[in-house]
Design a protein. Structure first.
Length: 239
């Protein structure tokens, strides 16, 4: 597995690298790790990484700008944002960011994030039958939401909407990563595509508004907070 660590502080690069080497050694996973002191150097490498750890505040090209370019190159790269600053959270929410890791780094939280990231990378595809296109295979993190309406299941991505022959239970069982949630019996949503979150509804980047069932509101709020990362108090204004 190919991983990049990009931070202008050498101390943090080495600390993350030590944690990663320990984790991969314990789990018997092959590792290629690369260190970069700024976003420009990372992007000039032209490497396609499975996983990238990005500091937010760096000279010239910051972590947000670097993540945007990485997403253009490969939207399936798992991106960790490593930061001691909360002021960039709104910008980071618009990116396909997998986890937010606070500085100083807590090893337990980092390892938990790696557990989920490895699981995502290894189990990132879903195949299902459609009414029009035969069998379709998608990266799970490309799915914005799944909806059942009048016994018909619709799978929506940024590029297209598919009409599935599978039942809703098929998708609820397979879309179990931490960035998926079931706010209502008729929906499975991907938190990566949430533009705005309110107590009783979510606004998706596709323009769709999805209701949160009253009995689900506390559960979905808690799950969304965990997804965004604990300690970001600024989220409470919309919750």
């Amino acid at each position: 597995m190919k991983i990049a660590i990009c931070d202008d502080e050498k101390e943090y690069r080495h600390l993350i690298l030590q944690h990663i080497k320990f984790y991969f050694n314990e789990h018997l996973i092959d590792l290629e790790a690369f260190e970069y002191e700024n976003g420009e150097a990372l992007l000039l490498s032209n490497e396609i990484f499975d996983m990238v750890f990005l500091d937010i505040e760096m000279n010239e090209l910051n972590g947000i700008q670097t993540a945007k370019e990485l997403n253009k190159r490969n939207k399936n790269t798992v991106i960790f944002i490593v930061t001691a600053y909360q002021k960039y959270l709104d910008d980071a929410m618009d990116l396909n960011v997998f986890r937010y890791i606070d500085k100083p780094i807590q090893s337990k939280r980092l390892y938990n994030g790696l557990d989920k990231a490895i699981d995502l990378i290894n189990n990132n595809e879903i195949a299902f039958k459609t009414r029009d296109d035969g069998i379709v295979t998608l990266h799970k993190n490309d799915i914005v939401f799944v909806e059942v309406k009048r016994k018909t299941v619709y799978v929506t991505t940024l590029e297209k909407q598919y009409i599935a022959r599978e039942k809703m239970t098929f998708f609820k069982e397979r879309l179990s990563a931490t960035y998926f949630a079931i706010p209502h019996v008729s929906y499975v949503i991907n938190f990566n595509f949430v533009k705005k979150f309110q107590r009783n509804q979510v606004f998706m980047k596709t323009g769709h508004t999805i209701s949160i069932a009253p009995k689900k509101q506390i559960e979905i709020k808690k799950k969304f907070m965990q997804f965004m990362g604990e300690g970001y108090g600024g989220l409470s204004d919309n919750l």
